[in-house]
Write a new protein. Structure first.
Length: 321
């Protein structure tokens, strides 16, 4: 983007050199009183038995497609939607930026609640103490371990705490180092299975897992579109099945000392080959803040997108310390 000042109000708080990361705050645990909304859907107490079946889709690799237009969602009335965010260590600093933007742009015609998975609840609360949406947040403790643990095991986090989250009709995950910069409506995204076309693979097959030992393996004859792992969503039943299957896949790989090449994104792409998304969003939902190289690829393909969900700049090595 040539004019970054347009999104200055949503800039990464760690992009300024004089800003220091949030350090854990030593204080007595504080119980947060949540004003829960009336629920429409009960989350089943028994988890569905998801069978892990990998069946080749037999799609030739040269059949590279753009997202197929889908009719707007027919969901009517106010839905309950959980937005899931994982933020450990220095990533806690991104939480206010993301939630401020979500409160402004994300499904404002529906009832959205926020579920934050963090190892620094006190520090996160301190950053959010004056926010008007504080009563719509629940915190869940997760252990911080070196990369790629926080990303690879996020499905484990969700499965562990599924019955403690806000009741909801839909569950959406978003990377914490993102910001919504345009309106997202229910007609755009309220479907059973929602994926986002990866910004770096317009008209290309993408980097699927190639290790045949992995449960995320995708053969050369499978896969016609590569999906980004930074934003996705499911209806409640589909979310339960997906988390259960993903945990089984990751645990099976771990038992064989295998880490999928792109971690949870590799798992997600395998699952979407088995059960294709009902709605595929364009790279507007996977739009890098610094994007000259990406936009050059788009122009070469005769494509262009406007940002809806911005991937904020950061120093990956520094943030993962």
């Amino acid at each position: 983007m040539k004019n970054k000042n347009r999104y200055k109000f949503l800039r990464n708080p760690w992009s300024r050199k004089d800003t220091q990361p949030v350090e854990p705050i030593e204080q007595a645990p504080v119980e947060l009183v949540i004003n829960t909304v009336e629920k429409n859907v009960e989350i089943p107490t028994e988890e569905p038995q998801a069978e892990l079946v990998i069946e080749p889709a037999r799609v030739l690799p040269q059949q590279i497609l753009d997202p197929v237009p889908v009719a707007p969602s027919t969901v009517s009335g106010r839905m309950l939607v959980n937005l899931l965010v994982v933020a450990t260590n220095k990533y806690v600093g991104f939480v206010p930026v993301l939630l401020d933007s979500a409160d402004r742009f994300f499904l404002t015609e529906h009832d959205v609640t926020y579920n934050i998975f963090t190892n620094n609840e006190d520090g996160t609360r301190e950053l959010l103490k004056d926010k008007p949406y504080l009563d719509r947040i629940r915190f869940f403790h997760v252990e911080h371990r070196p990369f790629p643990y926080p990303t690879l095991y996020r499905f484990h986090f969700f499965k562990e705490y599924i019955h403690s989250m806000f009741p909801a009709d839909y569950f959406f995950y978003v990377d914490v180092d993102c910001a919504f910069v345009d309106k997202v409506s229910g007609q755009d995204i309220l479907y059973d299975r929602v994926a986002v076309q990866h910004c770096g693979f317009i008209g290309e097959r993408g980097t699927y897992e190639t290790d045949e030992r992995s449960t995320s393996y995708v053969s050369p004859y499978e896969g016609n579109m590569y999906y980004g792992g930074g934003f996705w969503g499911f209806s409640t039943g589909e979310f339960l099945v997906t988390c259960t299957a993903a945990v089984k896949m990751i645990d099976a790989d771990a038992g064989n000392n295998i880490v999928p090449c792109w971690h949870d994104e590799s798992v997600l792409n395998r699952l979407f080959i088995n059960n294709p998304p009902v709605k595929v969003l364009t790279p507007s939902f996977h739009f890098p803040e610094s994007n000259d190289h990406i936009m050059k690829k788009w122009r070469n393909r005769g494509r262009m997108f406007k940002p809806v969900l911005l991937l904020l700049d950061k120093n990956h090595a520094e943030m993962r310390k």
